[in-house]
Every structure is written in structure tokens, then in C-alpha cells.
Design a protein around this ligand. Structure first.
Ligand code: PBG
Length: 336
């Protein structure tokens, strides 16, 4: 029946389902929302450097810094204020040799940083990167023997590194090297030294990605020769990722990680469907810097891009997200 009084068009389809009804107001959209991003999902990756009072901007990652331990403590306090429960430490080291010896120095930068941070911010989940690349001359994650990254010798070095971090008080160690069998070996080494409570956040499906470029700029850790394709995964593979994750769970990983995040959302979703352990995703440096660069040019709204991307990573199935956006996202989420 045509009505003139409402002023509405008279055309009307006979629809039972009108999905737009659930998008009509912000209140309704909030009630119907399937995925909620909270600061409690975030882990902040931090770059630690020697000295004091240092907060050096990283060229390749606008808004990110290499910080000395005193500044790191400020970051830790800020994270707590923002409700971010985790911090993941990467060492920026000038001390490099062929064996990556500095990686397992109990008086080295990362053990000192962990001690200071756990003292100042005992409630933070302090995580440490376990891989040799910041400490090797050649820039590979492992020991190079006869021109190859040698698996089993590297695993032994990683075990020493992990125990050193545990002794300093790390809550979780995070092997990012992709050697075979390292999760089981690290679990055994931690248990044998009395660190049964220290968790392993395993980089289980870490791809050989160009999106680590800005990070390697930050740590001056670009491999001098070759690439990392003999240990990091082929971006074309997903079944192999599920195998890597299954192996890490069997070896004792507490949390498994997929890295990078955005180009690998299908891998996150497949892992979510298959496994019941917590899943982490690493929103890596390239994903961060692409947004920041486009925003600097005025081509994109950094805040909206950030929240959309982080939400998509959670929607795909990640429980926790390592992201350089952690502080910025938490500050925005607090206002909402
Ligand atoms: C190396 C390591 C890398 C990242 C974390 N650990 C780089 C690489 O594998 O070359 C990348 C993180 C990022 O890009 O944000 N062990």
C-alpha cells in the first residue's frame, strides 16, 4: 500500500532477513561484534641497546626506538599503565663473532635488561628472543659450519642462551631461529636447570619473508651473504606450517607463533581450527612500517589501519599479537 505521509519511498522488498538491521547504530554494532581487541592481547617488541639515557629512533621503523635499560624500564611502566601484559626483548649488539658467543653471556645486555625489568615491573610477562643473529658476524640465526647453518650445533648454543635468560628471570623464552628440534632441546635444558616454570613461545611457522627488512635495519642483522630460506619457511606453504606447529607442541611449546601475521591469516585460521594451544601472531616490522610510511604521505589513516589490521589478526584466530603498534593501539582502545 502506498503511503505519502511518511515521506518514505514506497518500494519495498518482501525480505525476512535484513542483515543491515544489525548495523544500524553504533550501539547495535557493538552488541553484534564478534571480535574484540583489547590491550590484554598485545605484546610489545622492544630493542635494547647498551648505555644509559639512550632512546635512539630507528630510521626504518618510524616511532620505534632502540633503548638503553633505564629507558626500557620506563617503557615497561608505560606498558603496565596501558594494560599491555607482555614485552619481548631483542638485543642490539655490537659484540659479534662467528660463534655468537655474546648470546649466552650471563652478564650480557639481555640478561641485565631482564633482571632490571623484572625488578621494576614484576607483573610484566618478560619474554626474550632466542636466536643468534644479533650476535653473529654473518647475521644468520645459527652457527655457520662449512657454509651451512648447522642445525644441531646451533640448537646447543640456543639452549645455553635460553638458560641464561631463564637465570636472569625471563618468564618466557622465544626461539625465533627455526632450527629443527630446538623447542624440545630448550625444554629439556630448562627443566634440567630447575626452570620448569619458564615458558616457551615458539616461532613455529616463521616464513622467509621480505617483511622483516625494517627489523634487520634496526638490529643491523641483515645476513652478509645468502638468505634464510634453508631454515625459514617457504611463503607458499600452509600444510608444512601445521606440521611445524604440531612438532613444536609435541616438543613442549606453551604458545605457538605464526609470523608474519597479515599475509598469513589463512595459516593462523588453519592453526586455530586444528590446535587447542594459545596462538600468537607477529605483526612484523614490514607490516608496521608500510602503514607508517603511507600515513606519513597522507595516504592512509594510521590509527584506523592499525586497529583494522590488529582486529583481523585476532579474528583469524590469534590469542596474542606481537606488534610495534602495541602502545598506540592500547592508548586508542582505552579511549573507546
Ligand atoms: C631473527 C628475527 C627476525 C625477526 C624477529 N627475530 C628477523 C629475521 O628472521 O631475519 C623479525 C621481526 C620483525 O620483522 O618485526 N631471529
Amino acid at each position: 500500500m502506498a503511503t505519502v505521509s511518511t515521506g518514505r519511498p514506497t518500494m519495498s522488498l518482501d525480505l525476512k532477513h535484513r542483515p543491515r538491521r544489525l548495523r544500524r547504530t553504533e550501539a547495535i554494532r557493538t552488541l553484534a561484534r564478534e571480535t574484540t581487541l583489547v590491550s590484554g592481547n598485545l605484546i610489545f617488541p622492544a630493542f635494547v641497546t647498551a648505555g644509559s639515557g639512550v632512546r635512539a629512533p630507528i630510521d626504518t621503523m618510524p616511532g620505534q626506538f632502540r633503548v638503553s635499560i633505564d629507558e626500557l624500564i620506563r617503557d615497561g611502566q608505560e606498558l603496565q599503565t596501558l594494560g599491555i601484559p607482555g614485552i619481548n626483548l631483542f638485543g642490539y649488539s655490537d659484540i659479534k663473532d662467528d660463534l655468537g658467543s655474546e648470546a649466552a653471556n650471563p652478564k650480557g645486555l639481555i640478561p641485565r635488561a631482564v633482571r632490571a625489568l623484572k625488578k621494576a615491573c614484576p607483573d610484566l610477562c618478560v619474554q626474550t628472543d632466542v636466536a643468534l643473529d644479533p650476535y653473529t658476524e654473518h647475521g644468520h640465526d645459527g652457527l655457520v659450519i662449512h657454509g651451512e647453518v648447522a642445525n644441531d650445533e646451533t640448537v646447543a648454543a640456543l639452549c645455553r642462551m635460553a638458560v641464561t635468560h631463564a637465570e636472569a628471570g625471563a618468564d618466557w623464552v622465544a626461539p625465533s631461529d627455526m632450527m629443527d628440534g630446538r623447542v624440545g632441546a630448550i625444554r629439556e635444558a630448562l627443566d634440567a636447570t630447575g626452570f620448569t616454570h619458564v615458558g616457551i613461545l615458539a616461532y613455529s611457522a616463521k616464513y622467509a619473508s621480505c617483511l622483516y627488512g625494517p627489523f634487520r635495519g634496526a638490529l643491523k642483522s641483515t645476513p652478509k651473504n645468502g638468505d634464510k630460506k634453508t631454515y625459514q619457511m617457504d611463503p607458499a606453504n600452509v600444510r608444512e606450517a601445521l606440521k611445524e606447529i604440531a612438532l613444536d607442541i609435541a616438543e613442549g611449546a606453551d604458545v605457538v607463533m605464526i609470523k608474519p601475521a597479515l599475509a598469513y591469516l589463512d595459516v593462523i585460521a588453519a592453526a586455530r581450527a586444528r590446535f587447542d594451544v594459545p596462538i600468537a601472531a607477529y605483526n612484523v616490522s614490514g607490516e608496521y612500517s608500510m602503514v607508517m610510511a603511507a600515513a606519513e604521505k597522507g595516504w592512509i589513516d594510521a590509527d584506523r589501519a592499525m586497529l583494522e589490521m590488529l582486529t583481523s589478526i585476532k579474528r583469524a584466530g590469534a590469542d596474542m599479537i606481537l606488534t610495534y603498534f602495541a602502545k598506540r593501539a592500547a592508548a586508542l582502545l582505552r579511549q573507546q
